[in-house]
Every structure is written in structure tokens, then in C-alpha cells.
Design a protein around this ligand. Structure first.
Ligand SMILES: Nc1ncnc2c1ncn2[C@@H]1O[C@H](COP(=O)(O)OP(=O)(O)OP(=O)(O)O)[C@@H](O)[C@H]1O
Length: 758
């Protein structure tokens, strides 16, 4: 006991000594700091009377600009220590170029390649600004960092925490998709540094009591080009900026930063410094990134992706698709096919917790992550991504740069693969103009297999899981192409929708009313198109010549393949022969709406005779409508497609008949088995045996029943009718089998039997 007491005393004493030391240290550091509100130039090792000039002040500026290592910068010891502890020693180009301006108090627009360290280029000066202003917790919000996505906000917050670990500022994350807005509201006005997404910040600005940013010192827009031009951010960002004080420093950073951004007017920049360190670089993308593309028709993209994944089972692969539904479908379909590598997915509709877990899991080897553009900007995955695969063409060059920028970050190497449809080849010219070195590759035909039949069978086996998603995947993809601004590259009329639907296992393409106008407006173009190629003939008929795109290859010989890839080859002899420059137009009438405007109905009603046996259709005013009128819209615009339509109708008719027959056989088989089973049970009852426990029908009766998952809940105890159908009548025994226990069912059945016998 005595020993324990003495030990406790010793610990107490040691603690109080340490506390005293800390206090002493604190007061010493305080004495080293400049007065609150003093000129930011009055740093310890800079002349306090130095004017705040532009690069024009060579003495002053060279003191900042000459530095190559963080320790040479005139920044606080707290920041320097944290930088050293985080292993940040030598500055990157953008840090060397932007930090001097930012530390001098100027507004900065910074642009540099992806993965080149822009985050530190704004995190350091924002910490220093608050430090020099002697900001303390009670001073409220001093800095706001706006990020386009929650993941990026979290990442920036982590960097801030690491570099600002010795500072005494409070920092918080305000991002959507998290519970606890109420708690956030209580904390928000006590935070000094906010890292947020625009929507959530706006919510707090509107709803949170006592949330003021009137003292704001620094505003940062990460991925500024997107924040200021993307329609989904722009309105919120503009509203936020309106509410913030005009007299603050502002940092705008991005890998893609157009020099003349019109939208900058709203920001009230004060003669900003445009720092673009890689403007004169030979390439716009990291030099250690090896970029390739292949030409692949839409309906072979999944086959291609599958082949690629199967040949890279030891890699970390990030796959970009254009819509959430596509991500869902490809993830679910590939998961069913089991490629032999873990699969993950991320998109805007996934829960925040799941998104965070997915991002953290992506750092584990090996894995495939399917993603929308939500992961295309800013994300710095813990470990190097081996491959970035763009299954759908990015909307523009900037989007391409950000997507491929998820690999080859800082000093690591990486590879990227872009799938381009023959109709999207103009994208190559744009990439070339933007100084992006990209080479053509051909897929190894031995490693490409058609998935359509496999996927079709998976959809039949599990329609609940796959059919709806597959339909939505097609619709949303077509919609996304239609919405694209760059009509030179994206042409919805060039999409082989029928083949695409078939390739992902759908028997018919989904109906897309929104395509009506496209077809009507393009009647001339459509009429020039050649007739449909039957899916089975497609491979034979589309033997396309592949033009070498050597002129695009502006990389030097050191950019040679770092590792020989089995899937991508330069060898034309072994390349798959389905690639093509031009794919036939095969948009079927079934994808189109058959609605007819009132005006047209009126016009067509005269002089058209109804063929015998045709269903009469009435218009809104009660006049009978000739049957052809319902198709008039399409026929007017697509007269030359008559032939195509005939062929298609015939093809689908055959397909439908085949399916109907199969369905009928299935049903008959199923009913026979049911009847046999029931007869057997009845015989047992009659022999006085106890009621035989009904087996799990889905197990005993296999596929046929398993595909009717909802039927069971509707089965009532009753008699079979003649054709073997289970009678769904409640009047004999008015209860549902599922609603009582098996023991109870047995008891009731016995009672009924004994009643029947007596
Ligand atoms: N001076 C440095 N020394 C060592 N590593 C650094 C340095 N600066 C940044 N890094 C590392 O480089 C990687 C990329 O940095 P960062 O995410 O800031 O790049 P970025 O330019 O913002 O990329 P993006 O354009 O994709 O947003 C990070 O892992 C970061 O830790």
C-alpha cells in the first residue's frame, strides 16, 4: 500500500513538472510571435518595413522564392516541425512557386499537374495567416476550404490536421451525407478552420444560429475550375461568396485552370497571381504516367473490361463509368461472374460511411474499384493505383486529366487505358492539342470473350438483382451521352443501342422516349445510314481498318512499356478484329416513343383506310385513328429505315416465340411436378399417416420454382384444380400458410382430415 502511494506521488510530481515546462515553453513561443493584426510581412526573419510588392521587390521576394526546402521558408516553427514530422522536406514545383505569393498575402490562382502537391501549397499559408493574426479559438471562423466532393474534403482535412498538429486552432469538417447536423450546428461557430462541401456550408449559413464568417481571413477553392463552372456547384458557391466578406485572401487551385475564367468576377480577386508551373511542360499529365487507348465499339466494352481485369488480377484498378446505374450494373454483374479479384464500387448515391470504407479499402492490394466521376478529382489513394481505366469517354480534356491523375501521383508510376468508340475518335485530337501523350494499343483477341450470353443467363437467374439495373444502365448511359455538350464527340445517334443492350444480357433494349426528338431532327442523317447488321453477323461485317495514331505519341522512348501487358498489345496479328472506325447505326424503333401529337393525328385521320382486323384507336376528341398514325412520327422521319424495321421485327418475333415456348414448357414441367407431389401427399394422408412436412419448395423443385419467388406467400391450403394449378381460394380454410407455424399447420391438417373421415 505504502509502495503504491509513493509511486502515485512520484507520478504526480513528474506530471506537474512537465506541465510547468510546457507552460514555460508556451510563454516563450508567445513572446516570439508578432503582435495580432501586424503586417504579415513582419515575420521574424524578414525586414518589418519591407513593402508588400509584387515579384517586383526582388530582395523580399527572393527570400521566399529562393527556398527549395520547407525549413528555408520564413514560416512558424510549429508548421516547420509538423512538416518535418510528416516527411515533407523538399518543396514541389507548385509549392515553390505558389507559397511565396501566398505567404506575402496575395490572392493566388495555382495550376499544376495532378499529384504535384497543391494541397500543401494552400494548407501552409492558411495556417500561417491565422498564426500571424494570432487567431485563437474564440475568434470564430478564420478560414474556409471548399471542396467539390466529401472524400476530397476529408482528405484535405487530414492533411490540415497533420501539418497543423502543433497549432492551437480548431478545425472541423462540414460535409453532407453525415448524420449529426444538429451537433455540427452547435460546433460550427466555434471552429476556426472549416473544410466543407458547398451544399453543407450553405445549409449552415442559412440555418445555424450565430454562424458568422464576417472575420474570414482566407477562402480556398480546391478544384476551382469545377467549383466555378459546374452547374451543380456554381449556384451554391456564388451564394456562399456573396455572404462572405470581400476583404480576404483567396486561393484557387486545380490541375486544370483556364487562364481566363469569366466566372472569377464573382470572387472579387485583388490582382491575383496566376501560378502555372507546368505551362511550358511538354506534357499536361505526369511524366511517369503511361497512357494508352483502344478503339472499341459500345457493345464490346464489357467484354473488353472483363478481359482486361482477368489479365490484371494482381493490380489495383480504378474503373470510371459515366453513370451511377452503370457502376451498379457492372459491379453486380461482374460480382456474379466472379473475376477472381475483389470488387468495390463508389458513387454519389452510396452512404457516406460506405464511401469512406470503400476509399480506405482501395488502398489494399489488389482490387478493382468501379466509380463515377465522384472519385475523379483530388483523391490521393494511400498506395499507388496501378491502372486507371476509362470505360466511358470523359466529357472533356479536363475530366480526362483529372481521372488519369488518380495514378502516377507525386513520384510513383502509373498506367491508364481509355476506351474510345469509333464515333468518339475526335477526342484524340483534343487530347493531342492539350499535350497529352497517348498511344494506341490493341486488345489481345485470345483474352477477349463475349459476355452477353453469360450475362443474359445471370439476368434470368436473378432478375430482381440485375434486370432493372441493366435497363437503367442503358437508359442512363444514353441520356448521359445526349446531355454531353461536345456534340463533335458525343453523338447519341451513333450509339448502337440494340447491340449494347444485348451485350449486357437484355433481350430487348429499354424504351427511351427522350430519343424521339433526336431521331426526328436527324432524319437526313438517319436516312444515310446503312441497314442493320444482325448481331450474329456483326463480328464478320465490321472488319475495321485501324489507323495508327503515331502522330499523337509525343512521348520519348523512355516512356516505353514499363511492364509488358498481356492484354494490350502492339501486335496487329493478335489483335481482336472487332474494333472499328465506324459502327452501323442500329437504333431500333422499339427504343422510341410512338406518341403522336394531336395535330398530326388530325392530319392523318383523312384518307387512311383501316386494314381488316386492326384494333381501333381513338384520339382525344373521340375520332377513330388510323393505326399507321401511331407510327407516323417515326415513319415520316425514318422512312428509309423500313427495311431495318422489318428485319428487326422478324428477329425479335423469333426471339419472342422462342422465349414463349421455353416459358410454356417450364410451366408445364413445374405444374406436373406439383401435381405429383400433391397426389403423393394425399395418398399418405388417406393411409392415415401424419401429414408429411412440406419441404422447402424452392429447394425440392429447383430452378422452375426458384424463379417465382413471390408465389409462395400466396399459396393457400386448398385443393388442386384440374390443370394442376394451385387454387388461390380462401373459402375452404381461410388462412395463409406462411402466417402460421409448421406445427400449427400440421395440427389443423390432422383436424380437417379426421373431420373429413368422420
Ligand atoms: N513536398 C512534398 N514532399 C513529399 N511528398 C509530397 C510533397 N507535396 C505533396 N506530396 C505528396 O504528393 C501527393 C499528392 O499531393 P496532392 O494530393 O496535394 O496533389 P494535388 O496536386 O493536389 O493533386 P490533384 O490535382 O489530383 O488534386 C500526396 O501523397 C502528398 O502527400
Amino acid at each position: 500500500m505504502r509502495k503504491l502511494k509513493s509511486k502515485k506521488y512520484r507520478i504526480k510530481k513528474k506530471l506537474s513538472e512537465e506541465l510547468q515546462e510546457i507552460e514555460l515553453l508556451k510563454s516563450w513561443i508567445e513572446s516570439q510571435q508578432p503582435e495580432r493584426g501586424s503586417n504579415p510581412m513582419s515575420l521574424p526573419d524578414l525586414p518589418s518595413d519591407a513593402p508588400l510588392g509584387r515579384v517586383g521587390n526582388p530582395t523580399l521576394f527572393s527570400r521566399y522564392a529562393g527556398a527549395t526546402r520547407f525549413e528555408q521558408l520564413p514560416i512558424s516553427k510549429k508548421t516547420k516541425d509538423a512538416l518535418r514530422q510528416s516527411k515533407y522536406i523538399v518543396m514541389t514545383d507548385i509549392q515553390r512557386a505558389a507559397l511565396p505569393h501566398a505567404l506575402c498575402g496575395r490572392d493566388v490562382r495555382g495550376a499544376s499537374k495532378t499529384g504535384s502537391g497543391k494541397t500543401l501549397a494552400f494548407v501552409i499559408p492558411l495556417l500561417e495567416k491565422l498564426y500571424r493574426e494570432r487567431w485563437c479559438r474564440d475568434d470564430g471562423v478564420g478560414v474556409i476550404v471548399l471542396s467539390p466532393t466529401r472524400e476530397l474534403a476529408i482528405q484535405t482535412f487530414l492533411v490540415l490536421n497533420s501539418v497543423g498538429r502543433h497549432h492551437d486552432f480548431s478545425a472541423g469538417l462540414l460535409i453532407g451525407g453525415r448524420k449529426g447536423v444538429k451537433e455540427e450546428k452547435e460546433r460550427a461557430n466555434k471552429l476556426n478552420i472549416l473544410v466543407c462541401t458547398p451544399g453543407r456550408l450553405l445549409q449552415h449559413m442559412n440555418e445555424t444560429e450565430h454562424f458568422f464568417c464576417s472575420q474570414l481571413q482566407v477562402l480556398v477553392l480546391d478544384e476551382a475550375d469545377r467549383m466555378l463552372s459546374d452547374a451543380s456547384f456554381k449556384p451554391a458557391v456564388e451564394l456562399i461568396i456573396k455572404d462572405l466578406p470581400k476583404d480576404r485572401q483567396i486561393f484557387l487551385f486545380s490541375a486544370t485552370h483556364p487562364k481566363d475564367v469569366k466566372d472569377l468576377a464573382t470572387l472579387c480577386l485583388k490582382d491575383p497571381e496566376f501560378v502555372s508551373v507546368h505551362e511550358k511542360s511538354v506534357t499536361a499529365t505526369p511524366t511517369n504516367l503511361q497512357q494508352t487507348y483502344i478503339i472499341v465499339p459500345l457493345h464490346r466494352k464489357l467484354d473488353m473490361l472483363w478481359g482486361f481485369i482477368r489479365s490484371n488480377l494482381k493490380s489495383r484498378i480504378l474503373v470510371f463509368l459515366s453513370t451511377r446505374k452503370q457502376v451498379e450494373f457492372v459491379y453486380k454483374a461482374f460480382a456474379k461472374l466472379q473475376p477472381g479479384i475483389p470488387l468495390k464500387r463508389i458513387h454519389g448515391k452510396r452512404k457516406q460511411e460506405e464511401r469512406m470504407v470503400t476509399v480506405s479499402q482501395f488502398s489494399k492490394n489488389p482490387i478493382v474499384l468501379f466509380s463515377t466521376d465522384v472519385a475523379s478529382r483530388g483523391l490521393d489513394f494511400d498506395q499507388a493505383v496501378d491502372w486507371v481505366v476509362q470505360v466511358d469517354c470523359p466529357e472533356d480534356v479536363a475530366s480526362y486529366i483529372h481521372r488519369v491523375g488518380r495514378t502516377a501521383r507525386f513520384d510513383s508510376v502509373g498506367r491508364s487505358l481509355l476506351f474510345l468508340m469509333p464515333s468518339e475518335e475526335k477526342m484524340l485530337d483534343k487530347l493531342q492539342a492539350a499535350k497529352i501523350p497517348i498511344r494506341e494499343k490493341k486488345p489481345n483477341k485470345d483474352l477477349v470473350q463475349s459476355l452477353s450470353k453469360l450475362l443474359a443467363s445471370k439476368i434470368v437467374q436473378d432478375p430482381d438483382l440485375l434486370r432493372g439495373v441493366a435497363n437503367r444502365a442503358v437508359i442512363t448511359y444514353v441520356k448521359s451521352v445526349k446531355k454531353q455538350k461536345d456534340k463533335e464527340i458525343f453523338d447519341v445517334k451513333e450509339l448502337p443501342i440494340d447491340e449494347f443492350s444485348k451485350s449486357i444480357g437484355l433481350p430487348f433494349p429499354p424504351r427511351m422516349r427522350f430519343l424521339n426528338n433526336e431521331i426526328n431532327n436527324s432524319s437526313k442523317k438517319v436516312s444515310e445510314l446503312s441497314p442493320i447488321v444482325e448481331p450474329e453477323n456483326l463480328d464478320k461485317d465490321n472488319e475495321f481498318e485501324l489507323l495508327p495514331k503515331e502522330e499523337l505519341d509525343i512521348s520519348d522512348s523512355s516512356e516505353e512499356d514499363r511492364e509488358k501487358d498481356p492484354f494490350l498489345t502492339n501486335d496487329t496479328a493478335n489483335a481482336a478484329d472487332w474494333e472499328g472506325r465506324k459502327i452501323e447505326h442500329t437504333m431500333s424503333p422499339s427504343t422510341l416513343s410512338t406518341r403522336v401529337s394531336k395535330k398530326k393525328k388530325k392530319k392523318l385521320k383523312i384518307n387512311i383506310h383501316r386494314p381488316v382486323g386492326t384494333r381501333v384507336v381513338f384520339d382525344d376528341e373521340g375520332n377513330s385513328l388510323p393505326p399507321l398514325a401511331r407510327l407516323a412520327d417515326i415513319n415520316n422521319a425514318r422512312a428509309p429505315l423500313d427495311q431495318i424495321q422489318d428485319k428487326k421485327t422478324e428477329y425479335y418475333k423469333k426471339l419472342r416465340e422462342g422465349l414463349k415456348k421455353e416459358d410454356k414448357d417450364d410451366k408445364a414441367q413445374y405444374h406436373n411436378r406439383r401435381r405429383e407431389k400433391r397426389l403423393k401427399n394425399k395418398m399418405k394422408w388417406k393411409r392415415g399417416n401424419t401429414y408429411e412436412k412440406e419441404e422447402d419448395v424452392s429447394d425440392s423443385e429447383g430452378e422452375a420454382y426458384a424463379n417465382r419467388p413471390h408465389k409462395r406467400s400466396k399459396i393457400y391450403f386448398g385443393s388442386d384444380d384440374d390443370d394442376g394449378e394451385i387454387k388461390e381460394s380462401k373459402d375452404k380454410l381461410g388462412f395463409i400458410a406462411d402466417s402460421i407455424s409448421l406445427a400449427e399447420q400440421e395440427a389443423v391438417a390432422l383436424k380437417v382430415l379426421s373431420a373429413m373421415h368422420s
